[in-house]
Each structure stands twice: as structure tokens, then as C-alpha cells.
Design a protein around this ligand. Structure first.
Ligand code: GRF
Length: 200
């Protein structure tokens, strides 16, 4: 069974959706570690409740590359196939990128390359786009710049606030993330330039 490490910082609803899809056998994988860089992350409690290996590894006051090296050290004995950033609110440092080259996925709540970074639903509303959504992408050294694996689109409604738009996008995140993970774990894809292409 392919092994996932899930990196989280907070609520962990994407992690929960992935865990549910695994329980329901819609996603064939094993969660070998849930690593939180914030000790109070709700996702840690959830991991413990679900009987999954929960690792609290606080990042406060630690620079990006030093923290990445710590994560690599903790994950090394576990034989991780794919790292999943599920609401992980830190940049990923070079040691992690090098140890898991092309094996780190992130989910971002906008249709990249529109609105990278933070407060993205508000950015989408302020810009006035009529559709937004989410993007699963490989992680590279840039900010939300890696090759795109999957996207899902939702409408932006006239009465939307950042919260209502975020909630509509989140429903799609919970679906599309597991689908993208399944594709990458299957190996049935290739990357040509920036394009992630399915192989039949
Ligand atoms: C999600 O909107 C995700 O796209 C973004 O951070 C949020 C995390 O939510 N990267 P959760 O912790 O998975 O509930």
C-alpha cells in the first residue's frame, strides 16, 4: 500500500476527507503520518481520534529550511511515497523539496494561476471573477506555482462573502484532492513541461 504523510496547520477538513475516502476504499493508500506544525491544530486531535499516527512538530521560531530538514528526519523511517499539504500554512523548504522531488501535492482554494497566496476568496471577490474553484498542484520552490494535477470550478454568486465562497469551494476540494492523489499514486501520468497528462 502506498504511504501518505499529511502536513497540516489547522482545521484539517481536507485531511478528514482523504481519511474517509481511504476508509471507504475509494482511495487506496495508507496515512502513515499526520504532521502538524501548529501544536493546537484540530487536525492532530482528529488524527488521534481516528487512530492515525499524529506528530506535533512546532515550526514557530524555526526558519523554513531548518524546519523542512526536521520534517525529512521524522518522515525518513516511514517510507513515505507522497506528501500531502492539506492546509499547511508554511513554505516548504529546500530539504523537503529535494528529498521528495515531484512527490509533494498541495491544494489551493483558487483557480491557479489566479490568486496565489493568502486570503484568496476575498481576492477573487474583489477582482469580480464569476467563477473560482480549487487547484491541486505539485509543489515546487515557488508560491503555488507547480504543475497542475486537477482543478474544480464553482460559480461566484452575487451574494457571496469570502466565507460562503470558501464553503462552496471546500466541497470541491474534498472531492478533487483524493482523485488527484489517486492519479499520482497510480503513476498513470507524465509531466510534459508544465502539463500533467493522464496516461491510459
Ligand atoms: C483549504 O481551503 C485549502 O485549500 C487551503 O487551506 C484550507 C485548509 O482547510 N490550502 P482544511 O484545514 O483542510 O480544513
Amino acid at each position: 500500500m502506498k504511504k501518505l504523510a499529511i502536513l497540516v496547520s489547522g482545521r484539517g477538513s481536507n485531511f478528514e476527507a482523504i481519511a474517509r475516502h481511504i476508509r471507504e476504499r475509494k482511495l487506496k493508500a495508507e496515512i502513515a503520518a499526520v504532521v502538524a506544525n501548529v501544536p493546537t491544530a484540530k487536525a492532530l486531535e482528529t488524527a488521534e481520534t481516528l487512530g492515525l499516527p499524529a506528530i506535533s512538530l512546532p515550526s514557530k521560531g524555526i526558519d523554513t529550511d531548518t524546519y523542512a530538514a526536521l520534517v525529512v528526519e521524522r518522515l525518513a523511517p516511514l517510507g513515505i511515497d507522497l506528501i500531502i499539504l492539506a492546509g499547511f500554512m508554511r513554505r516548504v523548504g529546500t530539504p523537503l523539496l529535494e528529498a521528495y522531488r515531484d512527490r509533494i501535492l498541495n491544494i489551493h482554494p483558487s483557480l491557479l494561476p489566479s490568486f496565489p497566496g493568502l486570503h484568496v476568496q476575498q481576492q477573487a471577490l474583489d477582482y469580480g471573477v464569476k467563477h473560482s474553484g480549487c487547484t491541486v498542484h505539485f509543489v515546487d520552490a515557488g508560491l503555488d506555482t507547480g504543475p497542475i494535477v486537477a482543478q474544480a470550478v464553482v460559480p461566484v454568486l452575487d451574494g457571496d462573502t469570502a466565507d460562503t465562497l470558501a464553503a462552496r469551494i471546500l466541497v470541491e476540494e474534498h472531492r478533487v484532492f483524493s482523485e488527484a492523489i489517486a492519479l499520482i499514486l497510480s503513476g498513470a501520468y507524465c509531466v510534459e513541461g508544465r502539463r500533467v497528462i493522464r496516461k491510459d
